[in-house]
Every structure is written in C-alpha cells, then in structure tokens.
Write a protein that binds this ligand. Structure first.
Ligand SMILES: N=CN[C@@H](CCC(=O)O)C(=O)O
Ligand SMILES: [Zn+2]
Length: 437
C-alpha cells in the first residue's frame, strides 16, 4: 500500500502503456527491440520528485494508491501512454535559414558543391556570428517548443555555427540558458569542428580547437558557467580528416566529454573504426560505413545515430540499418534538425526510418527512446517507463501506439499531452476531435 502520500500525477487506465523495456536494459539491440513491453488497461504514477513511482495494471494501482492524493489525474481510457521521445542529434541554434539552398538542391546541386562554394554551413556561420545572444535564444526557444509539441522530451543540441571561440561560446551559453529555463531535457554538444572556418586550414583549425577552445570549455565547466556533455567533429572528405578528428575527439575526451560525432556520411572515412577505437558513445550518419566499421561499433557498444531526414533530403544512399541491427549495433535515431534538414518531428523520423531504412515500428520506437537515451549517456534515467526513471511521457489519442508512426506528418492531431517530470508541459485539446477520422 502506498499510504496517504501525495504524488504529482496519476495516468489512469491507458488502453496501452508502452514500457519499451522493463528490466533496466541500457539499450535494446535487434532481438530486444523485437517485442517491446506493452501493458494493457494500465496506470502509472509519478511522484513529487518527478520520477515514476509505479507502473502496472489499473486495478492493482488503484488498490495500491487508494488513499494517496494526486496533483493531477488524467483519464487515459482509449489512449496510449509512451515514454517521451529522445532526439539524439540536432543543430537547433542558428540564424539565417537556407530555403534558397533547398531550391538549389532541388535543381541538382549537391550538399558539398554548395558547401565548397561558401554556402551551406558557411552561410549559417556568417548569420549566426552576426546575431545577438538574445536573438539566438528566442529562435532556439521556439524550436525547442516545436520539438516538445512533437513529443521530444530530451534533445541533443549542438553548437557548430560559430567555428571561432567567441561565437561557439555564444551558442553554448544560449544552450545552457535553455537547459536551466526550459522543461525539455537537453544534452549539449560542442561542435566547433563542424567546418573548417574561412581563412584557416584544417590543421590550423584543429590546433585552435585543441589549444584554445577546449581549455576554455574546461575552465567554464570548473567555474560552473557552462556544462557541455559531448564533443563532435564533422569527419568528412574536405572537412576534418581522420587524423584531425582523432586529435580533437581525444582532446575532448581528456576533458571529460563524451565522444559523439558525424562520420562516414558522404564518403567512407573509417570514422566508425576510429570511434570504436576511441570509445565513442555514438556516431551519427554512417551512410558510407564499411562492414568492418559496423562490426567494430557492435563490439564497442558504440551507438549508431541514424538520421533519415538527411538521406531523404539530400537523396543519399540510405544507411544500412538492417545490416547494423543484424550485426548487433545499438541503433538510435535523430531528427538532425538544421538549416539543411528542417524537421522537428521524431514521429516523422520514425516513419522515414521504417519506410526508407526498413526498420520495424518496434525498432524505430526503441531507437527513438531507450537507444537514443543511451547515445547521450542517459538511459539510466530516460527512454523507458520504469520505476525510478524520470516521468517523461506522451499520451496519444489512439488505442494503438503504432499510430504515432503510421500517421505520418499527423502528430499534431495525435499527441494529446506531453509530460516532463510528471508535469504537463503541452496539452492539445483539439486532438480529441481531430484524430478520430
Ligand atoms: N553533416 C554535417 N552537419 C549537419 C548539417 C549541417 C548544415 O548543413 O548546416 C548534418 O548532420 O546533416
Ligand atoms: Zn548533424
């Protein structure tokens, strides 16, 4: 019996309550994701500390908590409860959109042609350097709100449109401010090696990062001003080669950052092999990964963060999700939200992963919850509905959870509530009438 205690939230009698996993698994590989834990006619309790206190059959929970009181009770009859989605890769702090480049790409220009002609990341760097911290914060806040409304409750956020120390720090301060002031969870990534800045060689940029940027980040961490979680490099032909990538990532690891980088996207670079060797937490993209790289990642428990929007947008070859899953790689998903791939929606990302990368809906949900949390080093607190984990939840207005993936582009009509630490942070009253058609 739970006694007369007060709790924050009771979700009662959900048609389906999708645990994702239930035995404190830190990740799910292919076989684990084949059948996700789903309870029927189930309830869930979140305590005043924001953590899940109980999950189980509705009649059992009713009995157990018969004398308890709740700040809020939501009747979930006919609805599904899922863990909040985790977006493992985004670039959400920038000024200056690139809709004009979308038109160029549709007319046949490649991503690298635009980049080498001074557009792409360089265009965004120019605009981001000019923007004030306040302007960047305002647009970032709006973007985070859109991510939250699409069901993401934990998001990885990169810097990388400054390249010089001053603007990289400006971006990281903006991310830090959102970490403190917004409900959505954030894992922050220093991505000063996102491109070689104009006027510098890759070797000079590498030295600048190692000798100036990283020592400053260490100092700011010690003074408590900015806490960065991950280090990233765009390891790509014509950007940072394997050796520069190795030096930067190792230096980041030496100051306590988790390695989580862009690799093997447009050309095979042996990024996967490097990441496995350095103990990387995750590598993103991997459209061009080798068979040996896949095996090395599986062995090193290095998560593959696949980004279906990028391959779709740039008409690249799809990452080999099936091969990765068969070889035992931990597969996660990210939206890759950035001025090139303007997508906030993890439900859309899961849909693309299923159709274009041949993942099952169970695999896609595991990749967008527990495995994405693992890619950020947070699967002990996020990514599944288990007692003791943070109460980050979604309630959808459907009696089968798979509608979240099946109704592509339709999440606005389907997501009824988004909850962080047991507190309702988004409530969509219109979905009641909209999603039943
Ligand atoms: N590939 C490198 N970085 C981003 C794109 C960033 C940009 O084009 O602004 C990505 O992950 O897709
Ligand atoms: Zn990226």
């Amino acid at each position: 019996m739970a006694g007369r205690q007060r709790h924050r939230l009771l979700l009662e009698n959900a048609e389906q309550l999708v645990l994702v996993c239930g035995r404190r698994e830190p990740y799910l590989r292919r076989d684990g994701a084949a059948s996700l834990g789903v309870l029927r006619a189930a309830s869930l309790v979140v305590g005043l500390d924001g953590c899940i206190k109980a999950v189980g059959r509705a009649d059992v929970i009713r009995n157990q908590f018969s004398e308890a009181t709740f700040e809020r009770i939501i009747d979930c009859s006919g609805k599904c409860v899922l863990p909040g989605l985790v977006d493992a890769h985004t670039h959400p702090v920038w000024a200056g959109d690139r809709v004009h480049e979308f038109a160029m790409k549709l007319a046949g220009a490649s991503y690298m042609e635009i980049h080498q002609a001074g557009g792409g990341i360089h265009f965004t760097v120019e605009h981001t350097r000019k923007a004030t911290e306040e302007e960047l914060f305002t647009s970032f806040q709006h973007r985070l709100e859109r991510m939250l409304r699409a069901g993401s409750t934990l998001v990885e956020c990169k810097s990388g449109y400054g390249l010089n120390l001053e603007t990289e720090l400006k971006m990281l301060r903006v991310i830090e401010r959102a970490k403190k002031s917004m409900d959505i969870g954030i894992s922050s990534t220093y991505c000063g090696a996102h491109a070689v800045p104009k006027g510098k060689t890759a070797a000079e940029a590498t030295d600048d990062i190692i000798n100036n940027h990283l020592p400053k980040l260490k100092e700011l961490k010690l003074s408590g001003e900015i806490h960065v979680n991950n280090i990233d490099v765009f390891c790509e032909k014509g950007v940072f080669d394997l050796e520069s990538t190795r030096r930067i990532l190792q230096a980041g690891k030496d100051i306590g950052l988790q390695i989580n980088f862009h690799g093997d996207e447009l050309h095979p670079m042996k990024s996967a092999e490097l990441g496995a060797e350095l103990g990387a937490r995750a590598i993103s993209h991997l459209e061009e990964v080798t068979d040996e790289g896949i095996v090395a990642m599986a062995r090193a428990k290095c998560a593959a963060v696949l980004l279906p929007t990028t391959a779709y947008m740039l008409r690249l070859k799809q990452p080999q999700a099936r091969k990765m899953l068969e070889e035992g790689v931990i597969v996660a998903l990210g939206s890759d939200f950035n001025p090139n791939a303007y997508c906030f929606s993890m439900p859309m990302v899961m849909h693309l992963a299923c159709v274009n990368m041949k993942m099952s809906m169970n695999e896609a949900l595991a990749a967008a919850t527990i495995n994405a949390a693992y890619a950020l080093g947070k699967s002990d607190t996020h990514g599944s509905l288990e007692v003791g984990k943070q109460g980050d939840l979604l309630i959808i207005n459907s009696s089968r959870w798979e509608h979240l993936i099946y109704q592509f582009g339709g999440h606005e009509a389907l997501i009824n509530y988004v909850i962080v630490k047991g507190k309702v942070v988004y409530e969509n009253e219109r979905c009641e009438t909209m999603s039943s058609y």
